[in-house]
Design a protein around this ligand. Structure first.
Ligand code: CTP
Length: 422
């Protein structure tokens, strides 16, 4: 197999508008190499130009034909193929992003110490673009002081080293060291590609994000719920973690993988969401209520399934109002200087425009920021994109044009950061 890097002079040329972003997918030798195929697919399907650079050990797990077929380019682990195009320098120089999936303890040790004995390590030395490592290894290897020191060195130099997930490892053991979910790696790497190496400006901060929609059970099979997908809340949690915050995500009925490096508490009902958010808020610098809590619950859930009646009459549901979590934590701040953010999904009506209604809600609930979505026509729900206006209790007003939920998440954290200590 040979490697034929794309022609092109340097990183600047690769970043020119109109050209496809150039991603180098480094693959080192771990059993999780097969999951890198999914990351590769996500990048190619979203229009990126991907060059796969596996190590020789990676090819023991997943062969070169697989990488070549999925990327549409030949691959090689060594520096001796196609030497006339100087691949050991050109691939790194031309990249907009290098992402290593999985990153073994060995590849991070080599990168930390500047070793260059194959194509991937040469690429890591010549790259001037952001570099993301997605580690996967046994817990003992991740916790070893040598690995910890290498990870610290890489992070100090500006590389992003994603926290490994916890869970089942190769064999029967479980613990920290599992490769983060491929979707998570793709989302985070995409953020880094768009924003550059993300500054750890939320380091030392603890933030709480709620996401999803609560469900209030009517009987063992039915519930009152809503259309919230949790995508925006998960994007907020991921963005905060990427910016160095310690993040607690309180997730209500979301079918997305847990974001890497985030503490996730799963809840079902508004009462459970309330308890989990209030508990986590006690130690939080910021709380963002992106969840859509059900406002009402049945006075009592039926023990048995509600049956149809012979005369066709429908049952009457007696409902009671749920607590307003946002108003509670805003009016009862757990810590001085805590920043509280709400979301308002509004449709304008005869009493006012979307922004009038949202401004009134901001004042009523007593939060610091309100992220306002116009949901006339069901826009937003389940979509990867969002468009919003961020209103501040201090009179601030920032329009965020249609873009990814991740981009909106970063704007929200920028606004929160600006209010810390004010
Ligand atoms: N919210 C909350 N607790 C509730 C309902 C809503 O914390 N019981 C939060 C949401 O997470 C969101 C904000 O309040 O951040 C606004 O949600 P929205 O549903 O627009 O507010 P409601 O108070 O339910 O207003 P409306 O009467 O317009 O439905």
């Amino acid at each position: 197999m040979s490697t034929s890097p794309e022609p092109g002079s340097d990183h600047e040329a690769a970043s020119r508008p109109g050209t496809r972003p150039r991603v180098v997918l480094g693959v080192s030798g771990g059993i999780a190499a097969y999951k890198a195929c999914e990351v590769l697919r996500r990048f190619t399907e979203s229009g990126h130009d991907v060059t796969v650079v596996p190590t020789a050990a990676a090819l023991e797990f997943v062969g070169a034909p697989t990488w070549a077929a999925l990327s549409g380019k030949p691959v090689s682990p060594d520096v001796w193929t196609d030497v006339h195009v100087v691949p050991h320098v050109r691939i790194g120089q031309g990249a907009d992003l290098v992402v290593v999936v999985p990153a073994t303890a060995d590849i991070m040790a080599k990168a930390a110490h500047g070793l260059a004995d194959d194509l991937l390590t040469n690429t890591l030395l010549t790259a001037r673009c952001p570099v993301v490592f997605a580690p996967a290894m046994h817990t003992e290897m991740w916790e070893h002081p040598a690995t910890a020191a290498n990870v610290a060195t890489l992070r100090a130099r500006g590389s992003v080293v994603i926290e490994p997930a916890e869970g089942r490892l190769t064999g029967k053991d479980t613990g920290k060291g599992r490769l983060p979910d491929p979707d998570e790696i793709f989302e985070l790497a995409s953020q880094v590609l768009v924003r550059g190496a993300v500054a750890p400006d939320l380091a030392g901060r603890h933030v709480v994000v709620s996401a999803g929609g609560t469900r209030e059970h009517l009987d063992p099979v039915r519930f009152l719920g809503n259309r919230s997908s949790g995508l925006q809340g998960y994007a907020l949690a991921r963005a905060a973690a990427a910016r160095g915050a310690s993040v607690t995500l309180v997730s209500a009925n979301v079918s997305l993988p847990d974001p890497a490096g985030v503490k996730v508490t799963h809840v079902g009902t508004t009462a459970e969401l309330h308890d989990a958010v209030v508990e986590a808020a006690a130690a939080a610098d910021a709380v963002v209520m992106a969840a859509a809590p059900a406002d009402f619950r049945p006075v009592a859930a039926r023990k048995h399934k509600i049956k149809k009646t012979a005369d066709g009459s429908a049952p009457t549901l007696e409902l009671v109002q749920n607590p307003d979590i946002l108003a509670t934590i805003s009016h009862d701040r757990a810590r001085p200087g805590q920043v509280v953010v709400g979301f308002a999904a509004e449709t304008g009506d005869e009493s006012g425009t979307v922004l009038d209604l949202a401004a009134a809600k901001l004042a009523r609930k007593g939060c610091d920021l309100m992220v306002v979505n116009d949901v006339s026509g069901g826009a937003v729900f389940g979509s990867p994109d969002n468009e919003a206006v961020v209103l501040g209790a201090d009179g601030g007003r920032r329009a965020v044009p249609r873009g990814s939920k991740s981009a909106l998440a970063h704007v929200v954290w920028d606004e929160v950061l600006a209010r810390f200590g004010s």
